[in-house]
Ligand binder design. Structure first.
Ligand SMILES: [Zn+2]
Ligand SMILES: [Zn+2]
Length: 418
């Protein structure tokens, strides 16, 4: 505090717990500012210019044209060499399985990763042509959870080991490009500073005392309730509107969908005209029986443990909010961040199915296809990701703040209602 008192400071509200925090007006190079109460990152000095992001985006688009269209793996099956790429897997999933499940895979493995460089190009071009850049900036801020190239790469590894039981597997020409694209997308997601981009396109005056934080663009400003954020023009409310209702709805729907997802077959394998069906769990058992225990553990964690664990944690968090439970909010906040981090890994099984379908496709002799559970499973995973996104984390702290205020009689923190 002694250092802070000598420099110019500003007061802002943490976007994750609503705590009032005093920060230096400008951060030094390489510095990050964290909330002392919930440890959320409040501000960051990252000097990646738009030009650097633009160069990275052009490289990513060139790599994507190779990574999505060239073979990732090839197999030698029944005397024929068969190769597959990301787009082939999605096309076959749509033709032989279900277009909606294929659309989920396409969104997470192709559309979201491509949106990242395309959005940067649009910002660069749109600024010159005076386009409205706000929707693109808002979308960029929410893209992180949906770019699943890393999950797809692990799925590729799982598929390679599974395919090793039937055939010889070779690495394809597009694999290097795919790995490079994945690394560059991670690099961009780590280094992109949304606050800096907003400031560049929609500069706002630095306000020293900002009692409100916009939930959409995280701009700190002075406001009266029910006004609009001056930067992104989103409607400002102290808490995200209908947060609990939307989270409950997504969670209950996901819980219902997980039943058919686990009881119906997720993959069907035809061998010499004989049909073998596997549910998620029997698929894991089959992997153990075939001696692929490490892969069975990965599939079990991604497809069984993560979805159920995530639902139990979310259910617990919602109940603690609804019943004002006396559990310390920092513990609940850590659980909330953990489920938001692990949720996307459940898409792994769908990526594996898409790859296997496009490779093991020899009509009556040997064919792998997806079962009806794939759609229910994919929808349940997407709903749990949305449930975390819709849950306003500040609600976890509201009861705690009210309780603390009652005990101490202090008013250092007010608790606005949604
Ligand atoms: Zn905080
Ligand atoms: Zn805003």
């Amino acid at each position: 505090m002694s250092t802070l008192s000598k420099m110019e400071t500003k007061s802002i509200r943490c976007q994750e717990c609503d705590n009032l925090v005093t920060l230096p007006l400008a951060l030094k190079r390489g510095e990050d500012a964290y909330c002392p109460q919930c440890q959320a990152k409040l501000a960051s000095y990252r000097d990646w210019s738009l030009t650097r992001l633009l160069i990275l985006s052009i490289t990513m688009l060139i790599l994507a044209s190779i990574a999505f269209t060239q073979p990732l793996i090839k197999i030698h099956l029944l005397g024929t060499m068969i190769s597959t790429n990301v787009l082939d897997g999605i096309r076959l999933m749509s033709e032989q399985g279900d277009p909606l499940t294929a659309a989920m895979v396409a969104f997470c493995a192709v559309a979201a990763p491509l949106s990242l460089p395309i959005a940067i190009l649009y910002l660069h071009l749109g600024a010159r042509l005076r386009f409205n850049l706000r929707p693109i900036l808002l979308m960029l801020g929410k893209l992180k959870e949906w770019v699943m190239l890393d999950v797809y790469l692990i799925g590729l590894g799982v598929a390679t080991i599974k395919l090793g039981d039937y055939s010889t597997v070779y690495l394809g020409d597009g694999l290097i490009a795919f790995i490079a694209l994945m690394l560059l997308s991670l690099l961009m997601l780590i280094n992109i500073n949304m606050d800096q981009l907003w400031q560049q396109f929609y500069p706002q005056k630095e306000v020293k005392n900002s009692p409100a934080t916009c939930h959409a663009c995280h701009y700190h400003f002075k406001t009266m309730p029910s006004s609009h954020c001056p930067r992104c023009k989103s409607c400002y409310l102290a808490r995200q509107p209908m947060s609990l209702q939307k989270t409950w709805a997504a969670l209950i729907a996901a819980m219902i969908l997980l039943l058919p997802a686990n009881l119906l077959p997720i993959s069907i394998f035809y061998l010499n005209g004989q049909r073998n069906e596997d549910t998620i769990f029997s698929g894991v058992i089959a992997l153990v029986n075939s001696g692929n225990t490490p892969i069975a553990i990965i599939v079990f964690i991604a497809s069984v443990f993560v979805p159920f664990f995530k639902i139990i944690i979310l259910l617990g968090l919602l109940l603690t909010i609804q019943f004002n439970a006396k559990i310390h909010p920092l513990l609940r906040m850590k659980l909330y961040r953990f489920v938001s981090w692990i949720g996307r890994w459940s898409m792994l099984d769908l990526f594996v199915i898409g790859l296997m379908m496009s490779l093991i496709n020899r009509d009556q002799l040997m064919t792998f296809t997806m079962g009806p559970a794939a759609f229910y499973f994919g929808t349940a995973v997407i709903l749990t990701i949305l449930a975390v996104e819709w849950l306003d984390s500040r609600l976890l702290w509201d009861t705690y703040a009210t309780r603390r205020k009652r005990c101490s009689g202090s008013t250092s923190r007010d608790t606005p209602q949604a």
